[in-house]
Design a protein around this ligand. Structure first.
Ligand code: PLP
Length: 405
């Protein structure tokens, strides 16, 4: 069978693969704890349920305009004004099947073969694969100082005549880092000067802790929205915990939105109106649900940090946003795939190898789940890796003794 070389070389999504492995183990009766997936445990906000329910009961569920229902776009415009202090027109907005489709369509719409996109490590797993699917070249910039914040000089040095965009995700998945405003300002200026796009993946932008805020790139943009280099991606998956509704959106110059609309219309026609109505409900409903989720996640992070304090050998940079932490586990094993496999086999805990995020020697732990899972999960990880922790543990109703160190 002859398949596309380009498509065949695209890597499997490691988070979804691990999730499936955890599900199968659970089905076999194993007491698996999933600290791999970035998915809050909350129920869908009631305003979203009512709004999508109302749409469904009309029985009028048809194609929508490819760029989104006018009422959904209106909700996005209001959100953009409130959260970013930026007034945009409906022509600047496109609604997509999750932020994932937003990102893919952006790359597809701005890249020609061999064009380059600068990606800052640690990065979300899908960026390099999406860029490659669009025949572009991901150019990875990695901080060399052991932090998770890139140096501006390194980004600047990576720009070539083929660079079309720089993608920034702050708060950052997988590190939880929130980039300082000065760095954002410098990148905006660089992009304006060089005429390249700055893609801001803002999917976690309100999920920050300790009074730290993610300063929007638009605050520093000198150009108006139509000639701006800033593209903002957002969605309801993380802030409202509505991962299954698959709603994302892009706010960008209308010239780009027009091209993206054609791409979307020719590939998926439009986004389900039931899901759009749900997102509309969430955006127009009580915003205290976002703050409630943020507080719960911050509490989870505090619990996790407390548990990690007694973890010998592990190096950790406190996350100030998202629901992930990326501890350095090189003291145990430099190969993060081996560490994650070992943790799943011995401790029945799912983590994601840092290698997938361009940060070998680290593992990503998600604290989006329950406090019980976080405390039990971390104590199992300590038991498996840290020889100074007690060498007996209960996993489910099985008492296990550590016999490998
Ligand atoms: C950084 C980042 N961007 C985009 C997405 C995709 O979001 P969605 O579920 O809306 O497609 C994710 C999901 O994990 C993410 O972590």
């Amino acid at each position: 069978m002859k398949l596309s070389k380009l498509a065949s070389e695209i890597a499997e999504s490691p988070t979804f693969a691990l999730n499936e492995e955890a599900r199968l183990l659970r089905e076999r009766g194993e007491a698996v704890i999933n600290l791999g997936i970035g998915e809050p445990k909350n129920k869908t906000p009631i305003a979203a349920v009512l709004s999508s329910g109302a749409k469904l009961t009309t029985g009028d569920v048809k194609y929508t305009p490819p760029d989104g229902l006018p009422s959904m776009k209106k909700a996005v415009i209001r959100y953009t004004e409130e959260a970013y202090n930026r007034l945009v027109a409906p022509e600047n907005v496109i609604v997509t099947n999750g932020a994932k489709q937003s990102l893919f369509n952006i790359f597809y719409s701005i890249l020609d073969p061999q064009d380059e996109v600068i990606v800052v490590a640690p990065y979300w797993v899908s960026y390099p694969e999406m860029i490659k699917m669009c025949m572009g070249i991901p150019v990875i910039v990695t901080p060399e100082d052991g932090t998770f914040t890139p140096r501006f000089e390194d980004i600047e040095r990576a720009v070539t005549s083929s660079t079309r965009a720089i993608i920034i995700n702050s708060p950052n998945n997988p590190s939880g880092a929130v980039y300082p405003p000065e760095l954002i300002e410098k990148i905006v200026n660089l992009c304006e000067k060089k005429g390249i796009f700055m893609i801001c993946d803002d999917i976690y932008h309100k999920l920050t802790f300790d009074g730290v805020t993610a300063v929007p790139a638009w605050n520093f943009a000198k150009k108006d929205i139509e000639s701006s280099n800033v593209i903002v991606v957002n969605g309801v998956a993380k802030l409202y915990g509505m991962t299954g509704f698959r709603i994302g959106w892009v706010v960008a110059p209308r010239k780009l939105v027009t091209v993206m609309t054609n791409v979307l219309a020719q590939t998926t026609s439009c986004v389900s109106p039931i899901a759009q109505a749900a997102a509309e409900g969430a955006l127009n409903g009580l915003q205290s649900v976002v703050e409630a989720l943020r507080l719960q996640i911050q509490n989870n992070r505090d619990v996790l940090l407390q548990e990690m304090k007694t973890f010998n050998g592990v190096r950790l940079i406190e996350p100030h946003g998202t629901f992930y932490v990326l501890p350095d586990v090189r003291a145990f094993n430099k190969n993060s795939v081996e560490v994650s496999k070992f943790l799943l086999k011995k401790a029945m805990v799912v983590t994601v190898p840092g290698k997938e995020f361009g940060m070998e020697g680290h593992i990503r732990i998600s604290f989006a789940g329950s406090v019980k899972d976080i405390t039990e999960g971390v104590s199992r990880i300590k038991w498996a890796l840290d020889s100074t922790s007690p060498n007996e543990i209960y996993i489910g109703d099985k008492k296990l003794v550590r016999d490998w160190m």
